[in-house]
Design a protein around this ligand. Structure first.
Ligand code: SF4
Ligand code: SF4
Length: 335
């Protein structure tokens, strides 16, 4: 490993709230692995007044808060620029837009690099054939154009690659491509078996051997090229402690119908522990994700055990070979 590179596990923290804000669920694409589920998440586009009010509910809770604007495709929202500036004004420590690259409403003309910390582009292949098979015809060309515009205008620019059996073979080609494009950060994600992927028919998680052989190595190669890389741990080492972010961190995933989840793996179910009603945040009574967070099982993450047990392998003694980490546990390599 090259000297000077810092590799760390990103610790969960209660002192910082990470707000993942889905301001609408509409999208111009129909990705095969899309996790948006309109039946559970609604189809509304939130008016800007509501976006501001809901943002304030969370910026006031902690001295340090990060916000990520999501959709659907958030740049389809005509008032995204106002929302971004409101986040800055009201003290969010970092502001990110996650986009599929189409950059509607000329968003880059309406904000400046000082308004956002990063624009994060979803790109699921190093070539059009692979990416477009997952994300739709023409999406590779659009995201390339968007990344180039973002970099050339001085925006912090990152790329999110959602790895599955459909594209993990191409992950090793990503570092060189991103370096050439001038991208600053590289996020590798594991496909979550939610939304379209829940059937397991369209995309599936790569197995443990493939993941462990491939992902840390590619992450190190990207860091060698000067990128900061983040990837999920997924499989815990034998003596590594298991922690559920629902117990020890403060992440919220807000949907336009007012549901607020603490765990993204619960998002296909009405298990949200919080909800926004009449612009007030309240705890939901009864059985919610909260009760699941308290369970200790040998397999690690309880929700993973319930909805995607296929990624757990057991030894001859009946014990899991790897406990599955919280989906929010990340490794980061800073070049
Ligand atoms: S994954 Fe994102 S870009 Fe793709 S269809 Fe879903 S919301 Fe749209
Ligand atoms: S993914 Fe698993 S470990 Fe993480 S918050 Fe959800 S239930 Fe807890």
């Amino acid at each position: 490993m090259a000297s000077g590179r810092r590799v760390r596990t990103v610790e969960f923290s209660r002192d910082r709230v990470n707000v993942f804000f889905h301001i609408l669920t509409a999208c111009n694409l129909s990705c095969r692995h899309c996790y948006i589920n309109p039946k559970e998440h609604g189809t509304q586009t939130l008016p800007i007044e509501t976006i501001r009010t809901w943002m304030d509910l969370f910026s006031r809770r902690k001295s340090s808060a990060n916000i990520i604007f999501l959709g659907g495709e958030p740049t389809l929202h005509p008032d995204l620029a106002f929302a971004v500036r409101h986040a800055r004004r009201t003290g969010y420590q970092s502001v990110t837009i996650d986009t599929n690259g189409f950059l509607f409403h000329d968003i880059l003309d309406r904000i400046t690099p000082d308004d956002v910390d990063a624009i994060s582009f979803s790109l699921d292949g190093a070539q059009a054939q692979t990416n477009d098979a997952l994300r739709g015809e023409g999406s590779f060309a659009a995201v390339m154009r968007g990344i180039r515009q973002s970099v050339s205008r001085g925006f912090g620019t990152s790329v999110i690659f959602t790895a599955s059996t459909a594209n993990i073979q191409e992950l090793s080609k990503m570092p060189a491509l991103l370096h050439t494009l001038g991208v600053h950060r590289f996020f590798i994600q594991v496909v979550g078996l939610r939304g379209n992927s829940a059937s397991g028919k369209v995309t599936a998680q790569a197995g443990a051997a493939t993941w462990l052989d491939c992902v840390p190595k590619v992450a190190a190669e990207a860091a060698d090229l000067g990128l900061t890389v983040t990837y999920p741990k997924v499989y815990l080492d034998p003596n590594e402690p298991f922690e559920c972010a629902g117990r020890v961190a403060d992440n919220v995933f807000i949907f336009p119908n007012g549901r607020v989840y603490r765990c993204p793996l619960c998002e296909d179910y009405p298990l949200h522990s919080l909800e926004i009603v009449d612009n007030r945040l309240q705890e939901r009574p009864g059985i919610t994700e909260r009760e699941l967070f308290e369970l200790d099982i040998p397999e690690g993450c309880v929700m993973n055990r319930l909805i995607q047990p296929g990624n757990i392998r057991y030894g001859a003694d009946g014990k899991p070979l790897h406990r599955i980490a919280c989906c929010m546990l990340k490794r980061e390599i800073v070049a």
